[in-house]
Design a protein around this ligand. Structure first.
Ligand code: TMP
Ligand code: ASP
Length: 242
């Protein structure tokens, strides 16, 4: 068994195991923004994102939402089922922020009722453009039934994790998900759910506690992610509840 990554992304590596259908997802300390234009290294980021993701995935599994998560293995490593990732970034929005704010001119933080699900083409060289459903079909990424499955699953994820954040005094503004096919041909949730891939605000003060602090130089990344972990009650050495 080789320990060298079979895939290296901007924030994670995938390392093969002796089971073909199981891989180690290793969380790196590097952060990038604006499609890799801005870069930084933050000691402890990998451990924070691995622990927060592990907790959220375990809550999703407990609620019957299938994910690739198998186990939290150590500070930086999560054991997951191998997926063939679909080239879509599926974004759920509960409040206006980021690119939706730019596209609509609505005020940052405006609540969205109902929550919105959007799909973006996962293609760095194109800058991940937004896709209409018809584009998803015409590009042969998913058919109508599959896209409906993905959108329903994205909203099911929101229904589980939004209250988890709310109970911790945090507002889940928006987040990005990735889905893929497992070895049994099921379309399930992969990737991570962390302050790198969500917008999370303090519910009382609206202080930003996610990657926007790095994107826009608002505050310390580790300090902000640590507040999220603390409020969620995440034990960095044993994040998944028994
Ligand atoms: P956006 O408002 O920039 O479109 O981002 C929506 C959500 O998706 C936000 O929670 C940040 C997350 N996101 C990623 O995880 N990766 C990305 O490459 C981008 C652009 C956004
Ligand atoms: N994930 C993208 C990057 O690494 C963009 C972002 O999150 O802002 O550059």
């Amino acid at each position: 068994m080789s320990n060298s990554p079979e895939y290296e992304g901007k924030a994670k590596q995938l390392i093969p195991t002796d089971d073909r259908n199981v891989v180690i997802q290793r969380f790196k300390n590097s952060a990038t923004a604006f499609n890799g234009v801005k870069k930084g290294e933050f000691e402890g980021k990998g451990a924070l994102n691995n622990a927060i993701s592990s907790l959220l995935f375990s809550k999703l599994e407990a609620a019957g939402v299938p994910t690739h998560f198998i186990s939290w293995d150590n500070a930086t490593d999560m054991r997951v089922h191998r997926l063939q990732i679909i080239p879509l970034e599926v974004v759920v929005r509960n409040h206006v922020a980021g690119s939706l704010q730019k596209r609509t001119g609505l005020g940052e933080g405006t609540p969205l009722q109902p929550s919105i699900v959007e799909t973006y083409y996962k293609k760095d060289e194109l800058g991940d453009p937004i896709l209409a459903d018809t584009h998803v079909f015409a590009l042969g990424i998913l058919n109508a039934d599959e896209l409906e499955t993905v959108k329903k699953a994205a909203l099911a994820v929101n229904d589980v994790i939004r209250p988890v954040f709310a109970d911790a005094g945090l507002k889940l503004i928006d987040f990005k998900l990735e889905f893929g096919w497992d070895s049994a041909g099921r379309l399930i949730l992969g990737d991570e759910i962390s302050p790198d891939t969500c917008r999370i605000w303090d519910a009382e003060t609206n202080t930003k506690l996610d990657k926007d602090v790095f994107r826009h130089d608002l505050a310390g990344l580790i300090e902000s992610y640590s507040v999220v972990a603390e409020k969620l009650g995440v034990d960095l050495n044993n994040p998944v509840e028994a």
